[in-house]
Ligand binder design. Sequence first.
Ligand SMILES: NC(=O)c1ccc[n+]([C@@H]2O[C@H](COP(=O)([O-])OP(=O)(O)OC[C@H]3O[C@@H](n4cnc5c(N)ncnc54)[C@H](O)[C@@H]3O)[C@@H](O)[C@H]2O)c1
Length: 473
Amino acid sequence: MSKWSRFDGSVQPRSFNRRDFLKVAGSAAILPAVLPAFGAQSSGASANNRINLGVIGMGWQGPGNTRSFLASEDCQVVAACDIDADHLKAAVKMINDNYGTEDCKGYHDYRELLARDDIDAVMIAVPDHWHEVVATEAARRKKDIYAEKPLAHTIAEQQSIVRAVEQNGIIWQMGSWQRSVPTFHKAAEIVRNGLIGTVTHVEVGLPGGNSDFDDVQKEALAKLAVQEENAASLEQVVPGTKAWDLLISDPPPQLDYETWIGPSKMEPYMRARSHKSWRWNYNTGCGELLDWIGHHCDIAHWGLGFDNSGPSEVEGSGDQPPANAVWNTAPKYRFELKYPQGITMTIAGGHPDIKSGVKWIGTEGWVWVDRGGFDASNPAWKQGKYLPRELRKVKLYTSANHQQNFVDCIRTRQSTVTPVEVGHHSAIPGHLCLISMHTGRKIHWDVKEEKIIGDAEASKLMTREYRGPWKMS
Ligand SMILES: NC(=O)c1ccc[n+]([C@@H]2O[C@H](COP(=O)([O-])OP(=O)(O)OC[C@H]3O[C@@H](n4cnc5c(N)ncnc54)[C@H](O)[C@@H]3O)[C@@H](O)[C@H]2O)c1
């Protein structure tokens, strides 16, 4: 249907919805007499021309993202959701204290938050096993989405999210915030501008070990020691042992554990597998490998110009604990990948010869970047925040603030610095590495068709069964 429809002989504008209003408000110069200046109110004032944001998943990363949105004059956080009542209470308090109002409403069920028509966009920071269900429902509800990496728990879930985002025409920002940091931008532009010659190899160094967040492992092992059930790590504790039974408890009253486990297989509650530490259990997370792939592999792809590409072959292994151990993700792993143009990549964690961060090696030099670190074969490249203008023949997207970039793009309807396809392609290598590790063989990947070639058993690992009533879209 065209923008204008004819009724009774006169020309009528189509209905002007909230999204249109925000878009026009973002270009206030076009209609200065009609709309108030964009972002002109002080905090707590009527927020009609602000982007109304809901935040879902307020554990560790959620509040960090939310603080950045609270600092933006262009949006108003109007709703928060968490299934841990303590996290929710703290989130609502943080938001309302910031504005000096009582306007932010708390929700236990993300679907109720998403059903609100006045909410334009959402920030999603739930654990990985929940990404697909929440993100596709948000897309269906036409919310623009800032969502955490990795895109999802399996390749099939990622594909489902990409489809939902594309079908609903929404703006997506992946939480791969390193793209909004100048050193990463400079390193990627050095590579893209051919300053290191032709790239031959890339090293992607990720953390090893399963981190003991909040000392949950220390606490669990101490509890076992009291009962003379000594274990060196949670990677050794398996079902059918007294140690396993000792680590099972009732969920804390503030946590809706039935919902928390969501589409994943039901398992008894253990603190060491819950908040934050869900990463170290394949039922809910995928270890350091998938936790970091959306950061450093994302940057590696950016430098290579492979945002919509990927490896053709992936092979490697890791130190795998028993599959049913409390912590069953590999603390040490190493993979070799083949990319187009004869480029090879090593992705490793817990191997000191592969330094944390990204190192691109070319025929005429190299460049390495990490959080707080930058080095290059040409010392001159260390100068300056960004690459000097005269060297920037290829200019990469520049964003100086990841959350603000999302907010700006909601108004302009332009792509963010990390749209959904980028997040998808950045995480696929990590998923393929895991599949190679779990099957013990080389995986051949059809980048265009997004299929594993000639390996039915490995292909099955591109997806997983959902526990009802949750369904993959
Ligand atoms: N971009 C980054 O640098 C970065 C850093 C840390 C974490 N992350 C990502 O953020 C996400 C969350 O990680 P985290 O470390 O904050 O985890 P967390 O366990 O600390 O917090 C997750 C929160 O989500 C809540 N939750 C779970 N299921 C929910 C549901 N169905 N509805 C509403 N709330 C639900 C939990 O109760 C918890 O409060 C993950 O995807 C993780 O990979 C990104």
